[in-house]
Write a protein that binds this ligand. Structure first.
Ligand SMILES: N[C@@H](CCC(=O)N[C@@H](CS)C(=O)NCC(=O)O)C(=O)O
Length: 249
């Protein structure tokens, strides 16, 4: 029997969520080693040279980066297409994915989620409140103004739900974990669109595992996830002690 594809990375990571939602959309079976990147062992570092999640393992292939993984899945696996058919739409979809991964990632993950959730929980540090305030008052409004002009008033960006929709919406779930929701009075299109995408089964079905990942102690997490039906790998590359990522060097 061909071994299942494996994804290394926590259910709470927006980039892991993006990959898993795309795999769900395609109806692919997979196993997850739900580690937080800071808790990865030496083998994790061998597989992911930047000590980042997600990593895909498919037989003797291993690759990092959610965009690289999603492109591979679309080319290798068939099923629900992640990109629209028209080349001009594909270019726009790729731009929205890139924009989300870099700019929304910077704001929602490094500016909010890392500060308000990861720093206290992993490193025992306080958030950089000045940075958080600047994100909330300057960076986020600028990007939400831009997105308000990009997202569709109904449905999804290119007909059926696809990569661009998932890539954008995934960051808003981490924003919510850090206490941020887009104001529907100021950004009605974004608020409605993000809600629409997040309630799709491919992504909504992951929520139960995210809740466990967020609420359970690291030593009991695997068991709790298994009991909830999460498709976990037998082996884990996780440690119980955190290490700083290469991006901190
Ligand atoms: N461009 C990468 C970004 C992945 C990324 O930044 N993942 C975060 C978790 S949400 C990470 O592993 N951070 C650890 C670090 O940078 O040290 C992708 O699309 O996969």
């Amino acid at each position: 029997m061909t071994p299942l594809m494996k994804i290394i990375g926590s259910f709470v990571s927006p980039y892991v969520r993006k990959v898993l939602a795309c795999m769900n959309l395609k109806g692919l079976d997979y196993e997850v080693d739900p580690i937080t990147p800071f808790f990865g062992n030496d083998e994790f570092e061998r597989l992911s040279p930047l000590r980042r999640i997600p990593v895909l393992i498919d037989g003797d292939l291993n690759v990092s980066d959610s965009s690289v993984i999603c492109a591979y899945l679309d080319e290798a696996c068939g099923g629900h297409p992640l990109l629209p058919a028209d080349p001009r739409d594909r270019a726009r979809a790729r731009w929205l994915e890139e924009y989300a991964d870099t700019r929304l990632g910077d704001i929602f993950i490094w500016g909010l989620f890392y500060q308000k959730v990861v720093r206290p929980a992993v490193w025992g540090e306080s958030p950089d409140e000045d940075r958080v305030a600047k994100i909330l008052t300057e960076a986020l409004p600028r990007e939400l103004d831009y997105l308000e002009g990009q997202v569709p008033q109904s449905g999804f960006a290119f007909g059926a739900i696809g990569l661009a929709d998932i890539a954008i919406a995934t960051f808003f779930r981490n924003g919510a974990y850090a206490g941020f929701e887009p104001d529907p009075a100021r950004w009605p299109g974004v608020a409605a669109y993000v809600g629409r995408v997040l309630e799709q089964d491919c992504i909504a079905s992951l929520l139960v595992f995210e809740d466990i990942q967020r609420s359970s102690d690291i030593r009991r997490r695997r068991q709790a996830l298994l009991e909830a039906g999460a498709p976990l790998t037998q082996e884990t590359l996780g440690l119980h002690e955190a290490r700083r990522g290469v991006m901190a060097l």
